[in-house]
Design a binder for this molecule. Sequence first.
Ligand code: MG
Length: 327
Amino acid sequence: MEKARSVDLFDPRRHHAARAPLARLSRNPRTRDRRMKLCTFRHRQKTDIGLIDPGAGRVWPIGHAVPEIGDDMISLIRRYDEIKDRLQGAGAGLALGEVKLLAPVQRLLRNILCVGKNYREHAKEFAASGADATGKLGSEIPEDPIIFTKASNALRGPDDDVPLHAELTKQLDYEAELAVIIGKGGRRIKKSAAMSHVFGYTMANDITARDLQLKHRQWFLGKSLDGACPMGPYIATADELDGSALDIRCWINDELRQDANTRDLIFDIPTLIETISLGMTLEPGDIISTGTPAGVGIGFKPPKFLKSGDVMRVEVQGLGKLINTVR
Ligand code: MG
């Protein structure tokens, strides 16, 4: 029987070692040197952590190679420095079609931290929509970051359906966002040190019931409907992806609605980390969804709210596609 070859997919020197097996998996020479991403997936009723090569369409389970993390991404994040050399995929792995990708971080420690009105044009469209219960007239651009949370029950996988909740809301809306995953925790993190606390990045769709957001004044209920936070499909680690200037786009049924770049954030990632951690200890695995650019449904005249069957596709450069259907 052929012995499975072990490939260290995180070693910068790996490209030589990995070339043979990956070249076999993909005939496209450009994918040979693509760095692996991290994912959480289900395969035959079992959840596992994996290394994923989206270009090659394959995933390698790694939980068994690092038993102390099991199927828990937060454990991997906590112990990353100590175990990263052991994150290895053996053999050919599994075809992506054989597995179900889940939100990359499961068992969240607490709510998803979110940022409101963090792109200028979106702040203006939201103020003009009349749906902002918190804004002051004539000062739609916030002077300080607006931090709120989404309840963890909202979390869903990268291709799960998003419930329409038609009995509760007539104004369900989408928000494409870059999500930052905290690595090293801490309190009073300075801007200058903030990026060393970032483990990596993924995408979130901050689904929002606009009518509930307005009615209850606090955004929490309108942001926290079950299924209102699809996330994934994987994590790109901060040592391979710079989150400060990434194209971010969102399509609804193939109509491009949002098209911006994360360099347009009013409050950049270091500022968000410094602000949040001033009086609150950030923990490994905390997720900060950095805000959405202009082009949400309520920004259109008339508004374009979501309806059953709508397909939402979020893309952030280097982070793949997050595709969810409203049901
Ligand atoms: Mg948002």
